[in-house]
Design a protein around this ligand. Structure first.
Ligand code: ATP
Length: 324
């Protein structure tokens, strides 16, 4: 009997790049009945990227390389694999895929690296499987995966409300330059929100369930007027002065060493420095690309960061880099 050669799986791959983010402003309302904190945030996508390569495979698997990759789960809890399962289920696709993630964004660093992987995986599978989803359909799946995933698809600069997933593009002129101080130990976003609740309660501030139709001042979009003007004008000095993060006190309470990181940024002439999202990465706004390198060198010299990054912003959201 002659054995016929088994056809190898076609050698195709789709390569997608997706950016991390910094929150220029993050305002947090009182916890709602569903347990979530409503937020209003201004996201900016920065040139620190995740790369996800999708290839056909018999199963659905993920591998990871890059800094801190040992901290990333490779089981079904990986956000990129959850994206694979979601798009397969909704489109009725029964195929396998292997995803290889090269991490550029810090893990559990408040820069939404996992969300970038989720957004990249949606785009990659849609292209690999020729499912032809519309932009709106992809955004809807992204919102199911997590609050920061729609922004990883959209990129640029945008205002997020609800849990951060309802996006409105923000006008932004010019290019901004950032330096980031990255820490080895991440902070879990849930723990930072819980610490914020504890601090708010300890201060005796009103801490009650808001009525559905009740507006809270902190979530009033007018609160960010100065910041939006700075973005429209492309004015980094005004932007530096307008940075705000309501989770910063809680992140500092859980990781007190971050106060020194912020002080080093200030001493290095940063136009403004803020904990990124739920931290512990500190983002420092620079006057120029060169100045960002100076601030990064100051972080290193002071020994306050495990790793430093510099980036420009805003950049586009998740994009297919190549499909062959
Ligand atoms: P956010 O700012 O959205 O809270 P983050 O940037 O602080 O996110 P991530 O790196 O996105 O944090 O991931 C947080 C946790 O999620 C990690 O500690 C890890 O256990 C888990 N995780 C799941 N999938 C991924 C992924 N693809 N990359 C990184 N972490 C992932």
């Amino acid at each position: 009997m002659t054995l016929l050669p088994v056809d190898p799986l076609p050698e195709r791959e789709v390569r997608v790049r997706a950016p991390g983010k910094v929150n220029l402003s993050l305002r947090v309302g009182p916890v709602a009945e569903d347990g979530y904190h409503p937020i209003v945030t201004v996201f900016q996508a920065v040139s620190v990227f995740e790369e996800v390569v999708a290839t056909p495979s018999s199963g659905r698997t993920v591998s990871v390389d890059g800094p801190q990759s040992e901290l990333v789960p490779t089981d079904g809890s990986n956000l990129a694999l959850r994206a694979v399962e979601l798009i397969a289920e909704r489109t009725g696709v029964d195929e396998g895929v292997h995803l290889h993630i090269s991490k550029g964004v810090p893990v559990a660093g408040g820069m939404a690296g996992g969300s970038a992987d989720g957004a990249a995986a949606l785009l990659a599978c849609d292209a690999l499987w020729h499912t032809g989803l519309s932009r709106d359909e992809l955004v809807a799946l992204a919102a199911e995966l997590g609050s920061d995933v729609p922004f990883a698809l959209a990129g640029h600069t945008a205002v997020g409300s609800g849990r951060g997933h309802l996006l409105t593009p923000a006008l932004c002129r010019g290019e901004f330059h950032w330096a980031f101080a990255v820490q080895d130990g991440g902070l879990a976003a849930g723990a930072v929100y819980a610490e914020r609740d504890r601090l708010v309660e300890a201060r005796g501030a009103a801490h009650r369930l808001p009525a559905a139709d009740e507006d809270t001042d902190v979530l009033d979009p007018d609160e960010d007027v100065a910041l939006m003007q700075a973005l429209r004008a492309g004015d980094p000095h005004a932007l530096g002065a307008a940075l705000r993060n309501d989770l910063e006190d809680a992140a500092l309470s859980l990781a007190p060493g971050l106060a020194e990181v912020l002080a080093v940024a200030q001493d290095a002439g940063s136009l403004g420095a803020v904990v990124s999202g739920s931290g512990p990465t500190v983002a420092a706004l620079a006057r120029s690309r060169q100045h960002a390198l100076v601030i990064a060198a100051a972080f290193t010299a002071a020994g306050v960061a495990e790793r430093v990054l510099t980036a420009s912003a805003p950049v586009a959201g998740a994009r297919i880099v190549s499909a062959e």
